[in-house]
Structures are given as C-alpha cells and as structure tokens.
Design a protein around this ligand. Structure first.
Ligand SMILES: [Zn+2]
Length: 219
C-alpha cells in the first residue's frame, strides 16, 4: 500500500523505456493498447487496496510536521520506495521523488519552501538525504541515441533529458549536492547527505556523510 505512487510512476517509466528499445509501429501500438488496458485495471487495484487500508486506519491525528526532520529525495523507480528502504511509516518523513532523484531548479525551490513551512510551523527545518540508485532508468539517458529518440517521443527535446542523465550514481549524487550548495535560497547550516541504493542487495551506502551545506563565514 505504501508503494502505490512508485508503482504507477514506475510502470510509466518502464513502458517508455520499452518503447525505446525499437519496436516497430504495429508493436508500439499494441504496447500502447496493452498499457491502456493494464493501467485501468491497475487503478482499480489501487482503489480496492485503499478500501482495505481505510478499514483499519487509526492515524487521523498525525501532526503536519514529520516525526523525523528529514527530507528524502530519490528516484520514482518502483524498486526504490523509501517507505521500504528506510522502514518509513506514515508521518515519519518528507519524501520527494522524480526521475533519477535529481536536484533541479524546481526541487531546490520546493526544498526552500518546505524548509520555510517547517520553520514557520515551529520546527527547525529538514536534513536532506539524496538517494540515487544502481540500474537507474536515467542511466539510459547517458546514451546519445536513446536520448535523442526519447526527446522526440517525450516532446521535450534532448537537452531536458540530458540534464537528468546518470552515468554513475556515486558521481550524480555528488553533482546534486553541489547544485544544492550553489543555491542561494538554501542556508549554510542545512544538513545534507548523499547515498546510493543498490537494487541488487538492498543496501543504502553512504557517498557523502551528513554535513552542513557550506562552511560558515571565515572558517
Ligand atoms: Zn532511477
């Protein structure tokens, strides 16, 4: 039940990548029809599961601010659900997910706003954990041919996809922490950390230890 968002997004990503493998028009149309049929059935599965979830629901008094002052940014891949990786329960942590778990201008703005909300609501803000993973769909974007084809299919052009490419998750995590450091809306004292999740063994491994975003003035 905690995986629903990841399932829906993951199916869409898997479908998009399958199309890229190069099926001819007839097969692509067949996939499209199959996708449409399956998606409708899967939505009903979600609705049915929610009915079961609500039967025993007893957490209607959860606070706005999470129990852990943590914001997890990770990929929307269905295999990389933080609720499972980190044993998160309802109300434990804030989770943001996008393709690759990349730091974009929009993500930076949302982190700044969320931190503002937390502080205004009486909290101290969030620590930010960036979690990329092995075998990420965004690793396919490192291939120029795939990128070009995807840009055409998605209608976004190649450049938007290139910005999300992950050749090596250890490097992309470091790049994204640098993007946070360069963001003027994020304070020096914001604690950030970087990790890579291995989809083959279940381990989340530290790439960059938790530390303040920037050193203070004069230090
Ligand atoms: Zn991914």
């Amino acid at each position: 039940m905690r995986t629903t968002r990841g399932l829906v997004a993951g199916c869409a990503l898997a479908s998009a990548l399958l199309t890229l493998v190069g099926a001819d028009t007839a097969v692509a149309q067949s996939n499209k029809d199959e996708s449409r049929r399956t998606t409708m059935a899967d939505v009903q599965t979600l609705v049915d599961r929610n009915v079961e979830f609500a039967k025993s629901f007893n957490q209607g008094d959860l606070a706005l601010l999470p129990r852990l002052s943590i914001l997890v940014l990770t990929c929307l891949d269905a295999r990389v659900d933080p609720a499972h990786l980190f044993g998160l329960e309802l109300g434990d942590a804030v989770v943001m997910r996008n393709i690759g778990g990349r730091v974009t201008d929009e993500v930076i703005e949302q982190i700044a706003i969320l931190r503002g909300l937390a502080v205004v609501a009486g909290g101290t803000g969030f620590e930010v954990a960036i979690v990329h993973h092995t075998d990420c769909g965004a690793s396919r974007f490192a291939n120029a041919q795939v990128r070009q084809r995807m840009g055409e299919v998605a209608g976004t052009g190649e450049a938007a996809i290139k910005r999300l490419a992950i050749a090596d998750p250890q490097i992309s995590v470091a790049e994204d922490l640098d993007r946070l450091r360069a963001a003027p809306t994020l304070p020096d004292e914001l604690v950030v950390a970087g990790y890579v999740y291995d989809v083959t063994d279940g381990h989340v491994r530290e790439v960059i230890a938790p530390a303040s975003l920037r050193k203070g003035d004069g230090s």
